[in-house]
Design a protein around this ligand. Structure first.
Ligand code: NAD
Ligand code: MG
Length: 396
């Protein structure tokens, strides 16, 4: 039986993970649930899944949870970063689902990696920020790293076993691979009039045609910054240069990504757009378990189509590719700027097209310095956030 901690338990990936666990109750046990402030959701999850530990990052939320949690459940409520790091490294824990949204997930996810846990990585921002350090820590500790992000999970499934066993250090060319084809739906605004984008609301941006996800990644999908972050994520996971990575728009989200081989073969992974599939794949790898996802019905799907991304429509995608080429300081800056810009957009403080403007201003202006440690990364992240907030004020 695998004992699991779920970081970001009250979110969309958290819910899908708990759903897969419920389908396989004899194989997985919930040891710890982690969230930020959502007391009501955490209470319901505690009652349903009976973890040993419920961790609320926010201290007031932890206090409140203690008062409402029935004593007979015997669940320990913890708070603060030290308890969180203690939880992800606990000897009783085998597997950590890393599904906190944004930079906040970096430190606990990296700690789980350093402790040699089996780490299921949904929190792409962690890898975008820490890239090389993250991969190095994985190698040093022997942690098993498995990609949850549907595209990276699809790519993983299309790769030869020796490449799968050597994530982050693999040699794609030696394995006969010419390209990785990273697919993306293009989000809700793929065909909207360009002139209309400026006025798009948070509710419209969060209405993804195929996937149901948390608010931040939904907005990132609308700007295609999500594909940009995934481009950077793929660069690190598959140890590849930009010349081997191609973004392909595929509006139906049935193919979740593809690997093109030297001999002309293309291997694709397909399925309904439901995160329980890649989550179940990571949980059971190299075995297969039931995920609760409906089998793909090709007669209902009918047609699959593809087109090239339009960088005019999706400037955030171009910025992310540019940052990827510049290096890790640039990707850390872009990620932090984007978190601030998306938050401001969701709060109605800036318009949709201003997200890219904030990102671009930060990428151009924030001074980049070499980053040797996690503290260097966190300092650059913090500095960028200050600059991004100043930029927000100047454009509103
Ligand atoms: P969400 O907004 O639905 O949930 C976020 C979770 O993170 C919540 O449980 C929240 O309590 C927790 N959280 C936020 N800040 C925290 C903090 N400071 N400390 C502790 N916990 C904190 O987000 P989501 O859609 O589930 O996405 C989670 C991650 O997975 C993101 O990095 C996203 O890019 C990635 N991802 C999501 C999907 C998807 O379909 N939702 C797909 C691929 C990758
Ligand atoms: Mg994805």
């Amino acid at each position: 039986m695998q004992s699991m901690v779920i970081l970001g338990a009250t979110g969309s990936i958290g819910a899908s993970t708990l759903s897969v666990i419920s389908v396989n109750p004899l194989a997985y046990r919930v040891y710890g649930l982690v969230a930020n402030t959502s007391v009501d959701k955490m209470l319901a999850l505690c009652v349903a899944h009976r973890p040993k530990v419920a961790h609320m990052m926010d201290e007031a939320a932890a206090k409140q949870l203690r008062t409402v949690l029935p004593a007979m459940l015997n669940i320990q409520v913890t708070t603060g970063i030290n308890d969180l790091l203690g939880l992800v490294t606990a000897a009783e824990v085998d597997t950590v689902m890393a599904a906190i949204v944004g930079a906040a997930g970096l430190v606990p996810t990296l700690e789980a990696v350093k402790a040699g846990k089996r780490v299921l990585l949904a929190n792409k921002e962690a890898l975008v920020m820490s890239g090389e350090l993250f991969i190095e820590a994985t190698k040093r500790s022997g942690a098993v790293l498995l990609p949850v992000d549907s595209e990276h999970n699809a790519i993983f499934q299309c790769l030869p076993q020796e490449v799968q066993a050597n994530l982050g250090r693999c040699d794609l060319t030696a394995a006969g691979i010419s390209h990785i084809l990273l697919t993306g739906s293009g989000g809700p605004f793929l065909r909207s009039e360009l002139a209309m984008l400026e006025a798009m609301t948070p509710a419209q941006a969060c209405k993804h045609p195929n996937w149901s996800m948390g608010p931040k990644i939904s907005v990132d999908s609308a700007t295609m910054m999500n594909k940009g972050l995934e481009f950077i994520e793929a660069r690190w996971l598959f140890n590849t240069g930009a010349e081997q990575l191609k973004v392909v728009i595929h509006p139906q989200s049935v193919i979740h990504s593809m690997v093109q081989y030297r001999d002309g073969s293309v291997i694709a992974q397909m399925g309904n757009p439901d995160m329980r599939t890649p989550i179940a794949h990571c949980m059971a790898y190299p075995q297969r378990i039931h995920s609760g996802v409906e089998p793909l019905d090709f007669f209902k799907v009918g047609q699959l189509s593809f087109c090239e991304p339009d960088y005019n429509r999706f400037p955030c995608l171009a910025l992310a590719m540019e940052a990827c080429a510049q290096g890790q300081e640039a990707t850390t800056v872009l990620n932090a700027a984007n978190e601030i810009a998306v938050e401001a957009f969701l709060l109605g403080q800036i318009g949709f097209t201003q997200i890219a403007k904030v990102n671009e201003a930060c990428l151009m202006t924030v001074p980049k310095r070499p980053m040797a440690t996690i503290d260097d990364i966190l300092a650059l992240d913090a500095q960028t956030r200050i600059y991004a907030r100043e930029t927000l004020i100047s454009i509103t």
